[in-house]
Design a protein around this ligand. Structure first.
Ligand SMILES: Cc1cc2nc3c(=O)[nH]c(=O)nc-3n(C[C@H](O)[C@H](O)[C@H](O)COP(=O)(O)O)c2cc1C
Length: 205
């Protein structure tokens, strides 16, 4: 009887610990990188960064609508789950001009497969999140068309982010006038808006 009670306690404790660990994790869809082959078939690539999932949603709608490939920029040292901790780290990176290491490293051959890059990001501290600086400085986008899309909680024009893209994507035709801006809280209900934007730009399948 004592053995059974001890066993029950061990099972209960294990379940508690797993449940607690699960609570602190982001949903796997947000935590994982997208594992999609870079075929280059449609010459369209969607590159995005997302911390809490809004840009992930927008990016997948765009990739579906264009038939293009998709790749997610992730910091090699992941941002914390906690908002304040992430905000603090992002502020320090921005203030100090830190380029965090990222998990993707596109070769010149891979980039050469694409004519158009849809570039998605949340506005962070009135600018592009620093991992996107790392990305843009790691690739040569000369001659490509770059179409920005972003989400925000008030910086509806993207604040400094569009100018930063123009500066970093040297030699690219950055379509700032066509950029799509959606407030974070509205993203979940904006699938049609996003898909129509893609079609209106002439990139629908
Ligand atoms: C670190 C951090 C900084 C942010 N800075 C801004 C900002 O300067 N202006 C703004 O409008 N929203 C800001 N936001 C809000 C995000 O842009 C917005 O919530 C966006 O929808 C998040 O996209 P995601 O879910 O793909 O991460 C910030 C959010 C975080 C986490």
């Amino acid at each position: 009887m004592r053995k059974i009670r001890i066993m029950t306690m061990i099972v209960a404790m294990t379940l508690c610990i797993s449940a607690l660990a699960g609570c602190r994790k982001k949903p796997s869809a947000v935590a994982q990188n997208d594992e999609i082959a870079l075929s280059g078939d449609t010459k369209v690539l969607v590159v995005y960064f997302s911390w809490s999932g809004n840009l992930q949603k927008m990016s997948h709608w765009i990739a579906e609508e264009t038939g293009g490939d998709i790749i997610r920029v992730l910091a090699s040292d992941p941002y914390p789950e906690d908002y304040d901790e992430t905000a603090d780290r992002a502020k320090k990176e921005k203030d100090e001009g830190i380029r965090p290491a990222i998990t993707i490293d596109l070769t010149a051959e891979e980039i050469a497969k694409y004519d158009t890059i849809f570039l998605g990001f949340p506005v962070w501290w009135y600018d592009l999140p620093m991992p996107m600086w790392t990305f843009l400085e790691s690739v040569d986008l000369e001659g490509k068309t770059v179409i920005p899309f972003f989400s925000h909680e008030g910086s509806s024009t993207g604040a400094s982010s569009l100018d930063t893209i123009k500066r970093l994507a040297e030699g690219a035709d950055v379509k700032t006038d066509d950029a799509l801006s959606i407030r974070g809280g509205k993203v979940a209900g904006s699938e049609e808006t996003v898909r129509n934007w893609v079609r209106d730009l002439g990139y629908g399948k």
